[in-house]
Write a protein that binds this ligand. Sequence first.
Ligand code: ZN
Length: 302
Amino acid sequence: MSSQYYKLSGRFSPAGLAIALGLGVTGAVMSSAVYAYVMAWIPLVYFLILFVFGYSMLMGMLASLALRIGKVRNSAVGALVGLIIGVAALYWSWVFWILAESSQEVFIWAPDQLWAAIQYLGDKGVWSIKGATPTGVVLFAFWAVEAAAIVGMSAWSGFKAASNNAFCEKCDCWMEDGVPLGFFSVSPDANGLKGDLEAGRLDRLKALSGVTPDESHHTIVSLEDCAKCQGHKLLTLTERVITFDDKGNQQNKDTVLVNRLLVEEQLAGQITDFWKASLEEAAKSEEQAAQVPVTSDDTEES
Ligand SMILES: [Zn+2]
């Protein structure tokens, strides 16, 4: 059964790894200069707290992009590359921050000297909030949160980038993101449907009826595709429950029923055609139902 599903190969090339590291670390060092100068020059503490998390997200995106370009599809290597990118961003943000705080006079980049400078600044305190200047353990706790956000976010994003995206080994390219083929009612026997699909009986999807994506409980049938070859297509079925919170915001609870089943080429069009036909049919019978009282009115008048 398992061979019918897409599996992450765990592969990467030395050249691809070098590209991912080169791009990621270069981007991290360059952006850390901007980050450090903003942190040093803008005195708004609350803005800076948000800025730390914004920069962490940016480093996560950088790690993802670098790993995608380097075609790394090994989750452990992805996490490690993300970690290195995050550490580079953090390290160089300290170098540039000290440069900025010293009005471009102190440029320390050797690890031991940098650590000594950080300890000195930690004892002295570097900023104030509501008249208080945190020092020692309190200030180091702030720095630890900043470090964890930047390094953690890029390592986690690296892990996800290398393991969440589907890759076509034949064409050596990432596959396109999943596209919904249609939205259907929920099967009363989800396991039975899964077994049928695994047995190649994709026509069993036709036992479901087409619905619109705003239906509160429905099944999403989606497909991932290789843009270069006609080989791989990956079918995913997701059950979605839509609820609304107190503020009226939509909340989706998704459960994956079938995860990246390898399927035949011609399937995509068939499922979409079936979904559309099913919706049209439903609309037609609704129309007919609405017309019934109108015709009875007519007969009364005549
Ligand atoms: Zn391909």
